[in-house]
Ligand binder design. Structure first.
Ligand SMILES: *[C@@H]1O[C@H](CO)[C@@H](O)[C@H](O)[C@H]1NC(C)=O
Length: 335
């Protein structure tokens, strides 16, 4: 927990997160067949399922262990889903009873969601804020409906993450709130994994009108068909150092960045380094205006969200601000 004093409704013990990158060898193999979860893509995992080398239960148990082991240090997972193992068993039995071609690429795969994605289940949805602890959402968010339909297992909520299958995420971010000093920002580990996810979540969401127009652009047969192992070959990539990749005196970041550029070159990309973009300041100013629009929409969207909740300690942005003032020692997400 980030704080020493907590209101009595404050959540649960600071038990969770995972970050397999840091895990020790002893947990890395669950099947005894030399299959390493940390290194496996979703594709590899599906193959292991198929060949009876791995079950969803084993996978979920592995991650739950990782969460319990690492979260006291990393403080990135706010809650684990008490139904995760049950969902894993369900996925395992479906895999036995259904034709393999009928199952989605995310079937039986554990997913960690960002805590501002509504789930109508035992998990709280709080956007990392104490102000929303105990709120009851009216329904699953559209993306969650799609994930459930795909048979993915929602294993928990992360304090500050993009939603992700969580084998591989992380970006420091000095946020604090009910997740503690959340430091994770899940993203997928490989492009292939990202596409597995994209293929399942892309599409119409009737509660989000913007998706109606957009959905006609979804390629028939999904996105996997466009993945190319040698896709970087011959691609010209401009590296705009100013103002994005100016690392100043940070030798470590410079070195890492240079290594990534080397990787791109080795894969056949042609890098145009130190690319200068005319009017970059103007372009970045558009970003500022976008932020202004975002802030204004935030108020409207948040008020709408709070109003639709079945139950909630706060009902308006004003309530949330008042809450923050009252419990300023908690630092909450709306500040
Ligand atoms: C959700 O929050 C309540 C407190 O309001 C807590 O008792 C419960 O354990 C939380 N749920 C999960 C799954 O952690």
């Amino acid at each position: 927990m980030a704080t020493s004093s907590k209101p009595q409704f404050c959540l649960f013990s600071p038990l969770l997160i995972l970050l397999p990158i840091l895990s020790s060898g002893s947990l890395s193999t669950v099947t005894g067949h030399g299959f390493s979860i940390e290194e496996a893509t979703v594709h590899d995992i599906q193959l292991a399922f198929k060949q009876n080398q791995l079950t969803s239960r084993q996978l979920v148990e592995f991650y739950l262990k990782q969460i319990h082991r690492l979260n006291p240090i990393l403080k990135g997972v706010i809650e684990v889903n008490p139904e995760a193992l049950h969902l894993a068993d369900k996925a395992d039995s479906e895999r036995k009873s259904k034709a393999s071609g009928s199952l989605s690429g995310l079937h039986g795969i554990p997913i960690l969601l960002k805590d501002n994605i509504a789930t109508k289940d035992k998990l709280n949805t709080t956007a990392g804020s104490y102000a929303l602890l105990g709120s009851v959402v009216p329904r699953d968010a559209g993306v969650v409906t799609k994930l459930r339909k795909a048979g993915a297992i929602i294993i928990g909520k992360a304090s500050l993450s993009e939603w992700s299958q969580f084998r591989s995420f992380y970006v420091p971010n000095g946020w604090s709130g009910r997740g503690g000093q959340g430091k994770n920002r899940p993203i997928c580990r490989t492009i292939l994994d990202a596409v597995y996810v994209l293929d399942e979540i892309v599409g119409l969401d009737y509660n989000d009108k913007a998706t109606i127009k957009a959905s006609k652009y979804i390629p028939h047969g999904g996105y996997k068909q466009f993945l190319k192992v040698n896709g970087l070959k011959g691609k010209r990539l401009g590296i705009v150092r100013k103002p994005f990749y100016n690392f100043g005196n940070d030798i470590f970041l410079k070195k890492i960045f240079a290594q990534h550029l080397d990787t791109l070159r080795q894969e056949g990309a042609i890098l145009v380094d130190n690319l200068e973009i005319a009017n970059i300041d103007v372009i970045l100013n558009i970003g500022t205006s976008e932020m202004t629009a975002l802030k204004i929409e935030f108020k409207q969207a948040l008020n709408k969200y709070l109003k639709e909740l079945v139950a909630s300690p706060v009902r308006t942005l004003a309530d949330a601000i008042a809450f923050n003032k009252k419990f300023s020692d908690l630092v909450s997400v709306f500040t």
